[in-house]
Design a protein around this ligand. Structure first.
Ligand code: 2P0
Length: 351
């Protein structure tokens, strides 16, 4: 009997223009476009193996070795169903192909980063799942086409189908056919850019992104302003900053968008707080570092950004990695209080 099995990996991505809010919760269609940097494979990635076999009695999933439920009509179920549908289309065109679409699949997914680090794994997880099934089913699909399916697993997952700098275009079609990821620039475009990940707390977040963002959609007047009057211009400006490798513009936009995302979280009823006192102290440190550097005519040094949790991601250029790393450690010696670690450097190792 032939063995039908494939393995794929996908990295974590960190948004610099944030996704927050859905206009369609089932199809996962966002209320605004977003843009992210995909981190390198060495540090934070999911690796997923999929196997199809006529002897399997149901679809099954293991996450880091532990069985996970595939809920009927849930997100995992939808992704697997959509991938089988694409395979079936291929089989209908070429009758010589084995009928893998009729077999159940077993899927095993691992993260190479500790889940205790409090870093989101749904983006890399769903991207790796869709990639491994695409490989198993030998689909001729492009990463943008696969992003349409990964998006239905977790919105931010669609951006992890590409490396480098990636936009998730919100689209306008009610069926989601144009809500997909496109690469703004490959990783090789700006190798000078690094990311430091400061693990402030490894605790699970109090409000999940999925429920938090819909509360924001329902109650925040500031979100309407953001969607209609801020993000469209910011997407264009961020793409240009990346194309031009303009770190000052990139840093200003990244920090402004992180601030506004946390402002709409606070503008939600009841309010959502993702950052804690340590997160805010790191902001103060970066703001002061930049102020001194800008006043000396040397421009911005670092850009912080925070997702739906207290951990900081700090973008810096190669020449400043060591300096910023040492500065963070000087103010937040480890282990101290809630501050756990400066984890990884995207594009290199911790100096
Ligand atoms: C982002 N976040 O753009 C934003 C910034 C968190 C803050 O994408 O409901 O886990 O699965 O689509 O993708 C987190 O939201 O939410 C997120 P679902 P997801 O990265």
């Amino acid at each position: 009997m032939p063995v039908y099995q494939a393995t794929a990996t996908a990295p974590v991505n960190i948004a610099v223009i944030k996704y927050w809010g859905k206009r369609d919760t089932k199809l996962i269609l966002p209320t605004n476009s977003s843009l992210s940097v995909t981190l390198d494979q060495d540090h934070l990635r999911s690796t997923t193996t999929s196997r199809a076999d006529p002897s399997f009695t149901s679809d099954k999933l293991w996450l880091n070795g532990t069985p996970d439920e595939i809920k009927p009509e849930g997100r995992l179920y939808t992704c697997i169903k959509e991938m089988k549908r694409l395979r079936k289309e291929l089989e209908d065109k070429d009758s010589s192909l084995p009928k893998l679409s009729s077999y159940n699949v077993h899927i095993a997914s691992y993260n190479n980063f500790p889940t205790a680090a409090g870093l989101a794994s749904s983006a890399s997880g769903f991207a790796a799942l869709v990639s491994s099934l695409a490989l198993l089913y030998q689909l001729p699909a492009t990463p943008s086409e696969l992003s349409l399916i990964a998006r239905q697993g977790s919105g931010s997952a669609c951006r992890s189908l590409f490396g480098g700098f990636v936009a998730w275009e919100m689209g306008s079609s009610p069926n989601g056919s144009d809500s997909l990821a496109v690469q703004v620039a490959p990783e090789s475009h700006w190798p000078d850019l690094h990311a430091l990940i400061c693990v402030v707390s490894s605790a699970k977040k109090g409000t999940s992104s999925t429920s938090g963002m819909q509360r924001t959609v329902a109650t925040s007047p500031l979100l309407q302003h953001r969607i209609n009057h801020v993000v469209p211009e910011r997407m264009a400006a961020m793409s240009k900053a990346i194309q031009d490798k303009d770190f000052d513009a990139f840093a200003l936009l990244t920090m402004a968008d992180s601030n506004q995302f946390h402002a709409v979280a606070l503008d939600t009823e009841p309010p959502i707080f993702y950052m804690n006192d340590v997160s805010r102290s790191i902001i103060a440190l970066i703001v002061e570092l930049n102020r001194v550097s800008v006043e000396a005519g040397q421009g911005y040094v670092a850009a912080y950004t925070y997702d739906a949790g207290p951990n900081a991601v700090i973008y810096v250029r190669e020449k400043d990695v060591k300096r910023v790393f040492q500065l963070v450690l000087a103010y937040f010696p480890q282990p101290a209080g809630e501050f756990k670690d400066v984890l990884k450097v995207f594009g290199g190792d911790v100096p």
